[in-house]
Design a protein around this ligand. Sequence first.
Ligand code: ATP
Ligand code: MG
Length: 360
Amino acid sequence: MTVKIAVLPGDGIGKEIVDETLKVFDTLNRHFDLNAEWEEAAIGGAAYDEAGDPYPEATQKLVKQSDAVLLGAVGGPKWEPLDKPLRPEAGLLRIREDLGLFANYRPAKVHDQLLNASTLKPEVIQGVDILVVRELVSGIYFGQPRGIETLPNGEKRGYNTLAYKTSEIERIARKAFEAARLRSNRVCSIDKANVLESAEYWREVVTALHAAEYSDVELSHMYVDNAAMQLVRNPKQFDVIVTTNMFGDILSDEASMLTGSIGMLPSASIGEDFAMYEPIHGSAPDIAGQNMANPLATILSGAMMLRFSLGREDLAEKVEKAVENTLNAGIYTVDLAEGGASVSCSGMGDAVCKELEALA
Ligand code: ATP
Ligand code: MG
C-alpha cells in the first residue's frame, strides 16, 4: 500500500532539515518494505512570498489528500514587519486548526551520548524517556467567556474560562493510553483536582475511561505543582504524561529541557483524521542556508509519523536505532559538540541513512 506524505519545508533551516528526513524515507523505500511518496507545498514566509498567504489554498488541498504532514519550521526576521494574519506563524496556527489537531505529543528522551548537555546531574536524567501528551484545542486557552472588562466601580478585570467537556477529555486520554501501550504501559494524568472543578471532572473522566477500556495500562494521578517538582527531582518515574492545554504547555517545555538539546526534539500533533509532525525548534534564521543545522529532530519526527500515522512501529524503531548508532559513532552537528561539529546537516542525514541500511 502506498502512503502519501505532504511535505511543508517552510522557512530558514526548514528546507535543509526536511531534505535530510526525506533521504531517510527514501532509504526506507529502497531497503525496507515502505512504499511512501511525497509532494511538497509552501507554508509560512515561503508561502507568503509565493502566494501572498502563509497557508495557501494549494497547501490546504494537498494536506487533506495526504496520510500525514511533515513540517520543517516557519518564520524569520524578513516577515516580522507584516500584519499578524500574514506572518508565517499565522500559517502554523491555521493548519493546526484546519486539521483539528487536538493532541500534541512531545517526547523527551535523554540520549546517553548527550548526558552532559543537560544542566541536571547525569544520574538523574540517564534513561529518561517521557512522552507528554498535551490537549491542544480546548481548556483555558480557548474557553469562553474571556476578556478584559471594566467593573461598575471603574476597576478593570481580565478573565478566562477553564472548561473541559467529557468528549474532549476522553479523546485525549484515549491517545495517551494508546501511546502507553506502545511504550512502558504507564500513564500519569496531571491536574489540579484539589482546587479546580474542571480538573476534578478531568480526573473523573480519565478514571472512568481507564476502567472501561484501558485497565491493562497502569494509571496514576498527580497534582501539577508536584509534577513540576517531580520532573526535575526524579524524571525517570514518568512514562506517558497526559494533561490539559496550559499545564501541558508548561510541563512539555520543562520536560524537553531535561534533554538539553533543542536540535534533537521531535513532536507530533494529531487529530481525528489528520496528523502533522515537526521538530520543536524554530527556523533558526541565524544558521539557515549554511548546511549546519541538526536534522535529527525532524528525522525523529519522521519516526513518530511511522509509529502514529503509518502504522509502522517496526520502522519507527529502526530509524530511532539508526539515530542512536550515529550518535554512538561520535557523529555530531555543531549544536551537539562543544569543540565543533564533525558533520554538516547533510552529513548527518547521510550518516543516519548509512546506519539504517546496516539494519536492513
Ligand atoms: P520559534 O520559531 O519556535 O519561536 P526561536 O526563534 O525561539 O523559535 P529557534 O529558531 O528554535 O528559536 O532557534 C533558537 C536557537 O537554537 C538558535 O540559535 C538556533 O540556531 C538554534 N537551533 C534551533 N534549531 C536548531 C537545529 N536544528 N540545529 C542547530 N541549531 C538549532
Ligand atoms: Mg524562530
